[in-house]
Design a protein. Structure first.
Length: 332
């Protein structure tokens, strides 16, 4: 049975900010955070008391695993979300604006829930005790925990993987593993919640082979020779052909994108707000559509690495210097 409260309360979580600012919570230089994207956190961190309904979301997560929270939740000015230990005490810090935007970009109300579950996984697995910070294996452990929890809360595998499908890096980094490995880890946890230790076939393609049953021995029947029939051989489309066809006719594509620096590249903006590149038989996540942080522009494309392209009149794409670098053309 699905726990509908998780869906209702996450709205409050995403929009909740602390009502009373505390003094400086800590300085980032004194911490080793297991942050969601793995980026370096600098400067002073200010924390706020979370909304009571946000704490209920945490309680729902903990209830499905039968443990008491060994950490405290705080809204803070961190880039996204992080698990951290300060003076021997465990905290989960989250940015309310980031939570709200990630739900919008991923198209799933489960996105913020999975992020909080991921950070809880860091604490419960003891990742924050060694003061090393994010590492590929610890991130996979937290991803698997997230998949397990979301299944128990009633999320589908697609919902459990939605945020990772949207924001994860294709290649990974020295702190975070590549997207495919993270999707498999989430699927493993999600499937384990059903009492099955095998990874779900939706995340890892598995081909089953069976030996044909022997046919009973029969006497050969002699027939008169006949003229062989002409058989038309149809060639099967390759993976690259399928992706190209999908990019051209898929109803999920909102706009075609063109860039002066890569005139022959194939770029598309999906209806979920993801800017993707199609290169032969692969699709790469390039940027996501969010509200603009610059006056005069309503929306922008960002790659979470301080690279922003602002969308002007008629779909024109402008860089930070005000130069035109490309254009979006809506599909009819």
């Amino acid at each position: 049975m699905k726990i509908l409260k998780a869906l209702l309360l996450i709205v409050a979580l995403c929009n909740a900010a602390g009502v009373h600012a505390q003094k400086v919570f800590t300085s980032a230089k004194y911490t080793q955070m297991c942050s969601y994207y793995g980026e370096k956190v600098t400067g002073d961190i200010h924390a706020y008391k979370p909304d009571a309904k946000a704490e209920m979301v945490i309680k729902n997560i903990m209830s499905v695993i039968g443990l008491k929270a060994n950490f405290e939740l705080r809204a803070a000015n961190v880039p996204n979300a992080a698990a951290v230990v300060l003076k021997g005490k465990r905290y989960i810090l989250y940015n309310p604006k980031f939570m709200s935007s990630i739900n919008t970009v991923s198209g799933s109300d489960w996105a913020a829930v999975s992020i909080l579950a991921h950070e809880i996984g860091h604490h419960l697995n003891g990742h924050t005790l060694d003061k090393v910070g994010s590492r590929p294996q610890t991130e996979l452990d937290a991803d698997e925990f997230s998949g397990f929890v979301l299944n128990k809360l009633g999320a589908s595998l697609t919902d459990a993987q939605a945020v990772m499908e949207t924001i994860a890096s294709i290649k990974g980094s020295h702190t975070h593993p590549p997207k495919r490995d993270r999707l498999v880890a989430i699927a493993t946890g999600w499937t384990r919640a059903n009492g099955n230790s095998q990874a779900n076939t939706a995340a890892v393609a598995q081909v089953k082979t069976t030996s044909p049953k022997p046919k009973p021995e029969t006497k050969p029947i002699v027939k008169a020779p006949t003229k062989p029939k002409q058989v038309e051989i149809k060639t099967q489309p390759t993976r690259a052909d399928k992706i190209q066809q999908s990019a051209k006719y898929n109803n999920n594509i909102a706009s075609d994108a063109y860039f002066s620096s890569d005139p022959k590249g194939e770029y598309y903006l999906t209806k979920k707000g993801n800017l993707v590149q199609v290169d032969k038989d692969k699709v790469y996540m390039v940027a996501k559509l969010v509200r603009s942080n610059k006056a005069g522009y309503k929306m922008m494309l960002t790659d979470n690495a301080d690279t922003n392209l602002y969308i002007g009149h008629g779909g024109v794409l402008m860089n930070d210097s005000g130069n035109k670098v490309g254009i979006l053309r809506a599909r009819r």
